[in-house]
Design a protein around this ligand. Structure first.
Ligand code: APR
Ligand code: ZN
Length: 248
């Protein structure tokens, strides 16, 4: 029983680490990027979510981001998020590394959440550096496209997320890789593991001897490295693992 095996591995974990992707937020209503109905099946990521495309035409970026951003702002954590927070609170996970920018790990009680692709909850003016909550900016997108900086009037405002072609946040990546090298169990949830360097984090953990658990709706390139592979919905599988652990 693979869920039982996953619970056994996690029950013995003293420096576990989780890496999550869009799949853990799918049951909160936020579309994933790849696979069925994914965002990148409708838009070309390079045209829409690269820093070059953004700088050329911020309005084109914001027209797509307005839709996804509105969904993410309205989204609430699902049982998968709460289960990871429970594993962290029980000391089974040292931290939750996420590629997601929706803030749902924090909303569900995650304490040490490392956002390697930044946060969609804040918007920054690239001209003057002023920052605003995304919810404030979202509220004026119907009448202001692209949004204008309330401090300097610039229209080059960008959510504090990592676009294709942008460098990764150095501190977050250093922290994630340091934890990966220390990890005894690496729990990967809801990610296609095709985007690097984020996908190198579980590789660093496995190379340092961590036991790998993959919970994903469909096969990933790392399944063959995993001690446990569970193809299922994180909102169902993770609470079952926590139940088997008896909350320990
Ligand atoms: N439970 C578990 N897994 C799920 C669920 C679910 N309920 N729903 C979907 N999945 C799986 C899909 O099968 C897919 O393999 O989650 C994975 C999501 O993969 P992607 O859409 O590629 O998302 P992610 O891996 O997070 O993408 C990485 O790519 O576009 C960039 O910056 C973006 O952070 C993102 C990065
Ligand atoms: Zn400004």
């Amino acid at each position: 029983m693979t869920v039982r095996r996953a619970a056994e591995l996690l029950s013995a974990a003293s420096s576990g680490l989780a890496l999550t992707g869009a799949g853990i937020s799918a049951e909160s209503g936020i579309p994933t990027f790849r696979g069925e109905g994914g965002v990148w099946t409708k838009y070309d990521p390079v045209k829409v979510a690269s820093i070059d495309a953004f700088l050329q035409d911020p309005a084109a970026y914001w027209r797509v981001s307005k839709e996804r951003g509105g969904i993410a702002l309205a989204a609430r954590p699902n049982p998968g998020h709460y289960a990871l927070a429970a594993l962290e609170a029980a000391g089974r996970l040292a931290a939750i590394v996420t590629q997601n920018t929706d803030g749902l790990h924090q909303d569900s009680g995650g304490r040490r959440v490392i956002e390697v692709h930044g946060s969609g909850r804040t918007v920054e003016c690239l001209d003057c550096g002023a920052r605003e909550p995304r919810s404030d900016v979202q509220a004026r997108l119907d009448v202001e496209m692209p949004p204008r900086c309330t401090t300097c009037g610039s229209t080059v405002m960008k959510p504090t997320v990592v676009l294709f072609g942008e460098p990764m946040p150095v501190a977050a990546m250093q922290e994630a890789f340091a934890l990966a090298r220390e990890a005894d169990v690496m729990l990967v949830v809801g990610t296609s593991l095709v985007v690097h360097p984020a996908a190198d984090i579980p590789l660093a953990a496995v190379r340092s001897g961590a036991r790998l658990i993959v919970v994903n709706a469909e096969p990933t390139p790392f399944d063959s490295l995993a001690e446990v592979v569970i193809h299922g919905l994180s909102g169902e599988v993770l609470p079952e693992i926590v139940r088997l652990l008896g909350g320990r």
